[in-house]
Every structure is written in C-alpha cells, then in structure tokens.
Design a protein around this ligand. Structure first.
Ligand SMILES: Cc1cc2nc3c(=O)[nH]c(=O)nc-3n(C[C@H](O)[C@H](O)[C@H](O)COP(=O)(O)OP(=O)(O)OC[C@H]3O[C@@H](n4cnc5c(N)ncnc54)[C@H](O)[C@@H]3O)c2cc1C
Length: 374
C-alpha cells in the first residue's frame, strides 16, 4: 500500500479545496495522512468578491457547494468607458465564503483529514516538513511563506483589491457587473449583488486615493445603502513556478502559486482547477509532472500578462478608440458562435498596427477567461 504523509500550509480556500480533492481522488490501494495548518483560530475566508461561474463551480464535485450560493446570475456584464457592453452569458453565482469554507473544512475533517487551527507555520517548521513529509502543499495565499522559504525562485505578482460590504442597497442586477473606467482605477471596479448585501470594490492603484475613488464609483453607479464593512487584501497572479523544494516535493496551489487570472482576478476557479491537477498528479504517482501540467494549462496562458499590462496602461480615450469597431453590445457565451468578433479586433489592430499584438493578446486572454477564470 502506498502511504503518504501530506502537509497543507493554509486552511483557507485553496487548503480545504485541495484537501477534499485529494480525499476524493485517492486510489483504493493508497493511504493519505493529510494535515492542514491554518493560522487563524477558525476555518477562514479572506476578502473576495465571491463571483464564480456555474461551469467551474460544478467541476468541483468533492463538495456540494450549491447551498452556499447567495445569488444566481445570468452571467457577467463588462462595461467599457464609452458605455459599450461585453455581455458574457453564462450562469454564475455569488457564493457565501463565510459558510462555504468552514463547511468544506468540516467535511475534510469528517473524512479523516486533520485541521490544526491557530497554527502559524514558520519557515523553520517548513524546512522540517519538506524533509520529513512526502508532500508539502503551499496553500497559504499571495504572501506565501511556503513559496518564499521552499520555492524561492518562484515569482508571483501581487495587486491589492479593496471592497465594501454594502447593506440596504436598492441596486439590483441579474448580472455580475464589471466596469473598466480609468476615473476609478487602472483595471476595473465591480458591483456583485449577494442576497441582502452587495460586494462593491476595485483593484487598487495608490493608497491615498483608492477609497475616495471607490466612493465616487458607488455614487456614480447609484449603489446607495450603507457600508457595513471596509476591507483590503492582496491577490497573487502570474506565477512563474509552482513546484520545488529540496526533493521537488513542495507544490504551490491557489494564490500561493500565483494562479489567479491576471485579467479578471478570478481566483476561486483557478484554485479549483489547480487542486484538481494536483490531486490527479498525486493519485497517478506523477507528482514530478505537477509544475509542467499547471504551467501549460490555459489558467497560466502567456497572453494574460501582456493583456493586463496593456489594459492597465491605456486611458479611457485609448480604449474607446480600440472599441469603436465593436457593436454596442458584444454577446459571448451560451449559444453565441465562437470567433464572432475576431474581425472587429482585426480592424482595430489594422487601424493601430503597432498595437496589433496587444489587441490579439486581449482577444485571446478574454476568450480563455470566459472558460477558465470565474
Ligand atoms: C478584493 C478581492 C476580490 C476578489 N474577488 C474574486 C471573485 O469575485 N472571484 C474569484 O474567483 N476570486 C476573487 N478574488 C480572488 C480570490 O479571493 C483568491 O484567489 C482566493 O481567496 C485565494 O485563495 P487561497 O486559499 O489561495 O489564498 P487565501 O484566501 O489568502 O488563503 C490563504 C490561507 O492561508 C492561511 N495562512 C497564510 N500563511 C499561513 C501560515 N504561515 N501558516 C498557516 N496558515 C497560513 C491564511 O490565514 C488563509 O486562511 C478576489 C480577491 C480579492 C482580494
């Protein structure tokens, strides 16, 4: 019998999803002793907009997540500065992570996993884990001590997200609403309804002005209501490597490995896909293939990095110049033919020849994001 001692650092989203995925895919002739360490005193959720597509949530069959879905949407609306709309028709949800993550942690423990709460793993301990355990899984988020200690040549980009939890708002929508408008921030701001509350936030640019711009965004979109909570947290993306350590037995998953989609900053889906690949590698006895399988998966596609740099650098006028070739409403997703808008992107590229590679990278990044990022 193959017996494995597996240590997971972090009992948040990536930690519990990976634990459950490992338990679900464990071969009958194997024994896994899985211990997850969480520095908080209870199974914990970090800050999140909590948007996730049905397509990707339903991939994760190790847990029945549906009762933690707070609201159902037809898809996502992505608004451009000139008011043009990218409509991605694809059922999606806001999920209540405050109950979802603890419920997953409970199932993980019921199935034989150990969760040590209030245990902050130190760099010294990690070196011991890497020596003594069969596998060490870094699920400890964007600032990962596992990555810094055991896979120091892995690099992850980090961006701060800020968000209000709003109560009593009269804003309603059947869609998750994203807005690219440089008056508020260089990437995008969002309004995600969530039952009685609403997640309203933006990707931060500079601490001095971010909250003021979020206030201006809330006022312009007539969100109303009152702010019940105000939070900020970093997001890890564009990871360069997800495996290492002295025995190549250290695997990074979720934001620890920079798996979040750089363009949409959707990390729940990337975590689900990353955990699935990780558990498959372990079950198949092919742990050595983990880095290669992740780095060649569409969640880590090279177009994302170029696309997000380009989007960040453009002002509203530039974006309007490129989007003038598009119809007022660009419909993608369920039932819409693939490649329908390629000609419009080519026209924009031909009119701005030096920007053609950037526009094509955005086209590719958005097409992949539709399927693999939220
Ligand atoms: C403002 C904002 C909005 C977002 N919106 C969305 C969205 O709508 N949809 C989406 O898909 N994604 C979204 N994301 C991204 C998503 O939240 C993250 O990708 C996801 O939470 C990453 O999960 P993780 O478990 O890898 O890391 P984390 O959530 O950071 O969890 C890491 C865990 O490890 C623990 N830990 C850290 N160090 C140690 C240690 N040394 N010892 C023990 N435990 C440790 C922490 O306490 C934590 O519980 C958003 C992120 C932000 C900041």
């Amino acid at each position: 019998m193959r017996s494995l001692d597996i240590r997971i650092v972090g009992g948040g989203l990536a930690g519990v999803i990976t634990g459950l995925q490992l338990q679900q895919t464990k071969p009958k002739d194997a024994e896994y002793r899985i211990t997850a360490y969480e520095m908080a005193d209870e199974p914990y959720t970090t800050l999140c907009g909590e948007g996730i597509s049905h397509r990707n949530l339903s991939r994760f069959t190790a847990f029945d997540s549906m009762k933690h879905c707070a609201q159902i949407f037809q898809g996502a609306h992505w608004w451009l500065p000139d008011g043009k709309l990218l409509e991605v028709k694809q059922r999606c949800y806001t999920i209540e992570r405050k109950t979802w993550i603890p419920a997953m942690a409970e199932k993980f423990q019921k199935q034989g996993g150990t969760l040590e709460l209030g245990h902050k793993v130190t760099p010294e301990e990690l070196k011991g884990f890497a020596k003594d355990a069969d596998l060490v899984i870094g699920a400890d988020g964007p600032g990962s001590v596992t990555r810094k200690t055991l896979v120091p040549d892995a690099k992850v980009d980090v961006k701060l997200g800020i968000q209000y939890r709003v109560k009593g708002s009269s804003f309603t929508s059947d869609w998750l609403e994203f807005y690219t408008d440089k008056r508020y921030c260089s990437e995008y701001a969002w309004v995600f309804p969530k039952g009685d509350t609403m997640n309203v936030g933006l990707l931060a640019d500079d601490p001095a002005g971010d909250w003021k711009r979020l206030d201006a965004f809330m006022a312009d979109k007539k969100v109303g209501g009152s702010v019940a909570q105000k939070e900020a947290y970093p997001i890890g993306f564009s990871g360069t490597k997800v495996q290492g350590g002295p025995r190549n037995n250290v695997l990074l998953v979720g934001d620890s490995g920079g798996m979040t989609n750089p363009v949409t900053k959707g990390g729940i889906c990337a975590t689900i896909l990353g955990a699935e690949i990780l558990a498959d590698c372990v079950a198949q006895g092919k742990v050595a293939e983990y880095n290669q399988r992740i780095m060649t998966h569409p969640i880590m596609d090279k177009s994302f990095r170029r696309a997000i740099h380009f989007i960040t650098e453009q002002d509203n006028e530039d974006i309007n110049k490129f989007s003038r070739w598009l119809p007022d409403v660009v419909r993608v997703g369920d039932g819409e033919p693939k490649g329908k808008y390629f000609t419009a992107v080519l026209k924009a590229g031909l009119a701005n020849l030096t920007k053609m590679p950037d526009l094509l990278s955005i086209y590719r990044a958005l097409a992949l994001s539709k399927d693999y990022s939220w």
